[in-house]
Structure formats: structure tokens, C-alpha cells
Design a protein around this ligand. Structure first.
Ligand SMILES: *Cc1c(COP(=O)(O)O)cnc(C)c1O
Length: 214
């Protein structure tokens, strides 16, 4: 499956985040041996354990909700946090990264699904963050783009429309808040069931788990 997904990605020049949550270290190692280096986890304790056990050149991405108090545990090694969903959380990640003298790549998670989801920005709250004085002082985070999850549905038109919306949000932010900022370039969208649609709609990073590891 890895090769099929990689060949799907190729024309789009997009990256694969291999979502390894709940998978044993042996399964991750096997994927690593095939050349995969970016892995995504959604729980902090599991991420910490796997980081300790596995090769140190793995790029670990946190893709699930992050509680502020758990930022400390991953700040020393995490490569990218896809799930920044509040100004408060971003400020804490910045503070914890500073303690390690690191700059952590982050994505702003947006609510794009129709379902009532708890986590994520809308355009207004993201603008508020990006215009705030507090954001201007954050030197240890780098906002690299946006992340979103489509509604869990068989309705492909709906999924496509939600991805289009995330792309619109990304374009708007890039043109208004990240002019001349080459770091702001990632759109993390697409999972096992919808990654092809996501790629067609501009995804630069797909997060695939079940399809890859079965
Ligand atoms: C589990 C998970 C994925 C991967 O989902 P699959 O359907 O297994 O590919 C992607 N993104 C997030 C945020 C997840 O929690």
C-alpha cells in the first residue's frame, strides 16, 4: 500500500504522514525500513514512548488534539504539530519550545466539517490570533499552514466542498497575513478514505493510517 499511496502523491508533490497511532513499534519499523520517515500520532503518551523506542531520524508529527499541559512532554523533539486550535495553546507550545531552544513547525487546525467538532479555528478567530501582539512575540513556533478534517461521510461532493473551503482559507491567509513568508505553504488534509479528493483540492500533506497499515 505504501508504494501505491506514494505514487498517488507524486504528481502533486505532496508528503505522506504515516499515521501510526495504535500500531506496534514493529509495524512502524517495517514502514521505516521501506523508507518512510514521517509518522503521525494523536496521543502524547504514545508519541513519547514511540519516539524513545524508535530511530531518531523519524519526523514525528502530532495530529490529534493537544492539551496545553502535555505540550511540555513533546516540545523537545516533535517536528510538527498539526492541531493548534487556540491562541492559548500556541503560546504554550512557543514557551515550551523556547526551553529547548527549538522552533517548532505548527499548523492551524480549522473546523471545516459539518459535524459539531470541538476543536479548531474559524477565520475570525485565526485572524484574531495572527493580529495579536502576543503572536508577534512568539519566536519559537513557525506557522507553516493549515489542517482540517472533512466530515465522515460517503458524500464525496460534500467532502470536496469542505476541502475547497480549507484551500480558500489557506489562500486567504497567505495573501493577507503571510505575504512574503515562504514558510506558510502546507495544507494538511486527506485521510485513508478521502486523500485522492484532498490531493485534487490542493493538499500538500495527507495523513493516512488504516489504509497504509492494514
Ligand atoms: C487517525 C487519524 C488520521 C488517519 O485516519 P485513517 O482514516 O486511519 O487514515 C488522520 N488524521 C487524524 C487527525 C487522525 O486522528
Amino acid at each position: 500500500m505504501l508504494n501505491k499511496i506514494l505514487s498517488d502523491l507524486k504528481p502533486y508533490n505532496a508528503k505522506l504522514v504515516a499515521v501510526s497511532k495504535t500500531r506496534p513499534n514493529e509495524a512502524i519499523q517495517a514502514m521505516y525500513d521501506k523508507g518512510q520517515r514521517i509518522f503521525g500520532e494523536n496521543r502524547v503518551p504514545e508519541l513519547v514512548e514511540k519516539h524513545e523506542a524508535l530511530a531518531k531520524d523519524i519526523e514525528w508529527h502530532l495530529i490529534g488534539h493537544l492539551q496545553s499541559k502535555k505540550a511540555k512532554a513533546i516540545a523537545g523533539f516533535v517536528s510538527c504539530i498539526h492541531s493548534i486550535d487556540s491562541q492559548k495553546l500556541l503560546a504554550i507550545v512557543d514557551k515550551e519550545a523556547a526551553k529547548h531552544d527549538r522552533v517548532i513547525d505548527v499548523l492551524l487546525q480549522f473546523k471545516i466539517a459539518e459535524e459539531e467538532t470541538k476543536y479548531g479555528f474559524d477565520l475570525d478567530s485565526a485572524n484574531q490570533l495572527l493580529d495579536s501582539e502576543s503572536y508577534q512575540t512568539m519566536k519559537n513556533i513557525r506557522v507553516c499552514g493549515v489542517m482540517g478534517m472533512a466530515t465522515f461521510t460517503d458524500n464525496k461532493d460534500q467532502v470536496r466542498a469542505e476541502f475547497k473551503n480549507l484551500k480558500r482559507i489557506f489562500d486567504h491567509l497567505r495573501e493577507t497575513k503571510f505575504v512574503n513568508n515562504q514558510n506558510f505553504k502546507e495544507i494538511s488534509m486527506g485521510m485513508s478514505g478521502d486523500y485522492l479528493i484532498a490531493l485534487e483540492e490542493g493538499s500538500t500533506m495527507i495523513r493516512v493510517g488504516s489504509l497504509l497499515f492494514r
